[in-house]
Structure formats: structure tokens, C-alpha cells
Design a binder for this molecule. Structure first.
Ligand code: CO
Ligand code: ZN
Length: 332
């Protein structure tokens, strides 16, 4: 699974420009799915299984976009000012490297600031692609970029840009690979534009009108020095979301996930995330409402160029999803 994860995380596809990652994922799932299509918003939707007597129509979603930057202005000396696509924090940027969708690399510099105790704002930063002046700058206003950072294998801990949420995409691909005679009609949705407001999945959920929905995404942890007070740690199992800032997970789905984890003797954690939300929110609120939940991969340094997950958590997430989807669902 590590080579797959490296391939997925090193692909550049900020929100709204998911063409490249979509083709990478499509190649992976082509031999595994019964049917594959792309909808108007760019969501990649793969079906596995047919509606059966004991089956449900289940929608699984992981977003394939990543946070990024977008050029807003190029000055006479060829420096590029930018704004963000999704929640990119300025202190993660200075000195970093980025790459535009067209393949153009650049570095991020900052204005001279007199008070070095203060963090930079986005307005004080700029991208330098090595151009001598505006005319020589190959970047146009509206061009999008993402972090440039190679995948790092630390053994059981893995680090990459865009782990949010290519790790969810990798988990779904592995689940597709591992499914055996599911009684359900499963829709694997690799969604677009999550980082700018859960947009792609909203259309997909309306179109699919599922019986239940599960998102696979990252969540924060509370296991770093003076970090947030959060009872999720790396390596203690995937997290069953109970609540985040945008959703209260359906308690029946939470029960189903926990019951299944305990029966299969798989480690899990209970998650309450105070900031952020996932594609599950849009599934829950689709049409007249859908029972929805989320399986989270604990992740340190979310939305930085170096997001870290634990490989055992990832593998246990795949196992738990297989246990959930290979048998009839009992929720009451
Ligand atoms: Co995110
Ligand atoms: Zn995410």
C-alpha cells in the first residue's frame, strides 16, 4: 500500500483541478469496479455489487482534492501574490516549495517584517518562480499550485503533503480490492472540492440518493507537545467520528461501526473533533437526509506540507471497512 500512497500523495491536484489525481485513481480502480463514471462536478464514482435482498445502497466518499494556492497578481518584477484554496495557514508556507498545476515549481518568500515575533499573513508572502520580470513569468492570474514535498516512509509512520485526503482515497482503493461478494450496492466516490466547502460530494450525494453514507477522511490528534486537547492518537486505531464542527454522526452508524470493530477485534478510537468537518456532512444533509458517519484516519500536522499518519491505523481502517461492507447492515 505504500507505493500506492506515494503515487497518490505526490500527485498535484488542488481543489477544482482534480483531473490528474482522478486519472491516477481511475487506473487503479479500473480492474476492480463493476462500473466507473465521472459526474459533472468531476467526482469519480465507482460501483461495486448489485442491489441484493439483504443489501443497501451505500455511498463511500473520500476527497481527492488537496489544499492549495491560487495566483492573484504578478508584479513588475515577476513575483506572484496569491490567495489560498482551502484552509492554508501562512506559517506553514514561508521557505516552502510549491508547484503549479502546469508543473512550474516555485518557492515562497516573505516581505521583511520588523516584528519577528508575529507570524506572516498571506498578504506578506509571495511566490518566486525564478522569473526576472512580469513578462518572463510563466504563471497567470488564476493558476493554482500545491505544496511540493516528497513522500516520506518512517516505517510505521508515513509523512506526505495531501495525506488529507489521499489516505482516504488509498483506503477506498484497498477496500475495493479486498471486497468479496458484498450484499450491497456500493458506490465509491472520489470527490472534488472538499477543501473549499464540501462541494463535489454534495452533487454526488444528491444524484446517488444512498441509504447510508460513510466518509473516509483524516482527523486531528492530541498526542503532540502542547497540542490540542483531543483524545485521538496516532497508532491506536482508526477513529469513529461521533461529532465534528459540521456534523453529529448518526448514532446508529456510530453503534454499527463500533459493534463491528469490537466483533472483529480491531482497534478503534472515539472521535470528537472541535474544528473542521468532512464529506459526511453533505451526505447526511442530502435530499431529505441520509444516515451518515465517518471513519477517520488520525493525522498529525493536518493542512501542513508534512501530514503524518500511522500505517497500522490505515490498515485497520481497511479491515474495519471490509468487515462493515462484506455483511448485511443492521442499524435500528
Ligand atoms: Co482537509
Ligand atoms: Zn480532508
Amino acid at each position: 500500500m505504500k507505493p500506492l500512497l506515494q503515487k497518490l500523495t505526490e500527485t498535484f491536484s488542488p481543489s477544482g483541478y482534480e483531473t490528474t489525481i482522478r486519472e491516477v485513481i481511475r487506473e487503479e480502480i479500473k480492474p476492480l469496479a463493476d462500473e466507473i463514471r465521472v459526474d459533472v462536478l468531476g467526482n469519480l464514482i465507482a460501483r461495486k455489487g448489485n442491489p441484493g435482498k439483504n443489501g443497501k445502497k451505500i455511498m463511500l466518499a473520500a476527497h481527492m482534492d488537496e489544499i492549495g494556492l491560487i495566483a492573484t497578481h504578478i508584479d513588475d518584477n515577476g513575483f506572484i501574490r496569491f490567495t489560498t484554496l482551502g484552509r492554508v495557514r501562512p506559517h506553514t508556507l514561508l521557505g516552502g516549495r510549491i508547484r503549479f498545476a502546469a508543473g512550474i515549481p516555485g518557492v515562497i518568500g516573505g516581505e521583511r517584517i520588523s516584528d519577528t515575533t508575529k507570524a506572516y499573513t498571506i498578504e506578506q508572502l509571495f511566490i518566486d518562480v525564478g522569473a526576472a520580470n512580469r513578462k518572463a513569468c510563466p504563471v497567470k492570474v488564476g493558476d493554482v499550485a500545491a505544496f511540493e514535498r516528497p513522500f516520506l516512509d518512517l516505517g510505521s509512520r508515513l509523512v506526505a503533503k495531501a495525506m488529507d485526503d489521499r489516505i482516504g482515497c488509498a483506503v477506498l482503493i484497498e477496500v475495493l480490492r479486498g471486497l468479496k461478494n458484498t450484499p450491497h450496492e456500493l458506490y465509491f466516490v472520489f470527490s472534488t472540492q472538499e477543501e473549499v466547502g464540501i462541494r463535489g460530494v454534495t452533487g454526488a450525494a444528491f444524484g446517488l440518493d444512498p441509504d447510508l453514507g460513510l466518509a473516509i477522511d483524516v482527523t486531528g490528534t492530541g498526542d503532540t507537545p502542547k497540542g490540542s486537547k483531543m483524545e485521538v492518537s496516532l497508532g491506536k486505531g482508526p477513529a469513529v467520528k461521533v461529532k465534528d464542527a459540521g456534523m453529529i454522526a448518526d448514532p446508529r452508524i456510530v453503534d454499527w461501526m463500533i459493534r463491528t470493530a469490537e466483533k472483529a477485534e480491531l482497534p478503534y478510537q472515539r472521535e470528537v473533533l472541535e474544528g473542521g468537518t468532512t464529506d459526511a456532512r453533505a451526505m447526511q444533509l442530502a435530499r431529505s437526509g441520509v444516515p451518515a458517519g465517518c471513519l477517520s484516519i488520525p493525522c498529525r500536522y493536518v493542512h501542513s506540507p508534512s501530514e503524518m499518519v500511522d500505517y497500522n491505523d490505515v490498515q485497520n481502517a481497511v479491515k474495519l471497512l471490509l468487515a462493515l461492507l462484506n455483511t448485511p447492515v443492521e442499524i435500528s
